[in-house]
Design a protein around this ligand. Sequence first.
Ligand code: FO1
Length: 329
Amino acid sequence: MKSTNSKDSSHGQPSIVRRRIVALAGGVGGAKLAHGLAQILAPEDLTVIVNTGDDFEHLGMYICPDLDTVCYTLAGLANPETGWGRVNETWNTIANIEKLGGPNWFRLGDQDIATHLERTRRMKEGQSLSQITRDFCAAWGIKHTILPMTDSPVRTMVDTDEGELAFQEYFVHRHCEPRVKGFRFDGVNIAEPAPGAREAIESADAIVFCPSNPWVSVDPILRVISLTPTPLPWGEGRKVVAVSPIIGGKTVKGPAAKMYSELGIEPSALAVAEHYRNILAGFVLDSVDSEMENSIKQLGIRTLVTDTLMNNLTDRTRLAQDVLNFIRS
Ligand code: FO1
């Protein structure tokens, strides 16, 4: 549903057509584009649906790394060096846990621990993850809607040459070293989308897949929300647009390129477009990959070639504006 403001082009003023956007995001890359979109879109025009397949219980706390990364980023609280965790963080708790012989492989800062403790307390009281996220967003001054993909537990399991590993065990504890053979999303078949997610998608003019890992960040969300293929021609109905997380055959952050290689697929923007080919209407690839544009077009997908690296807020906002202009085109 489009909402149009009162300016009327027939009176010589440009008509400003608002677009409702749903962004699907994993961790750091997803959070950056969501942050850019939030600079441009009004709060009622942007819903970010976040992967919760990376969530796990650790040291007695319920931890939602991607959800926290997106929230901290939109709130301006994220650690600019890592992209995850909090800015101006201290590490006293984890240092003392380490001294006592406890697990220290998952680096939890003191401020971050407050988030996990309070979330865990509320969950034990029976509050849902989406309810808690709504309250936390309000406390952090976030005006746009951030939803976990689901309130039920879904756990990404990584099948490797060393057996099946829980996601954070593979990702952080084992530094993505075991060779990947496949993925399983435990609990996905019974998981319902979080309240509001379906409505946001139904009323959206476009769904944007942020530059997050297709295998372990976007796929779990797609499985939960059961996004139906969009065979409509460009310009008719909802547009589904993805931004490539692979630039010049490499990922800016995280193991997506390594995963493609280990699964026997050459990592590239084209491989990402092929991954989503049944649901995509448009694809945004980096200028360094412009030679792939024609091959992507041959998949029946519209393309935008632009600079997709997001080193600062200006880059995030510019890329978000490019994506919105592409959607409007
Ligand atoms: N990633 C790491 O590589 N090492 C860590 O110690 C680590 C701790 C951590 C703590 C809180 C949090 O919200 C995220 C954290 N991450 C860490 C990032 C996270 O595990 C991954 O980036 C995502 O799960 C993948 O999107």
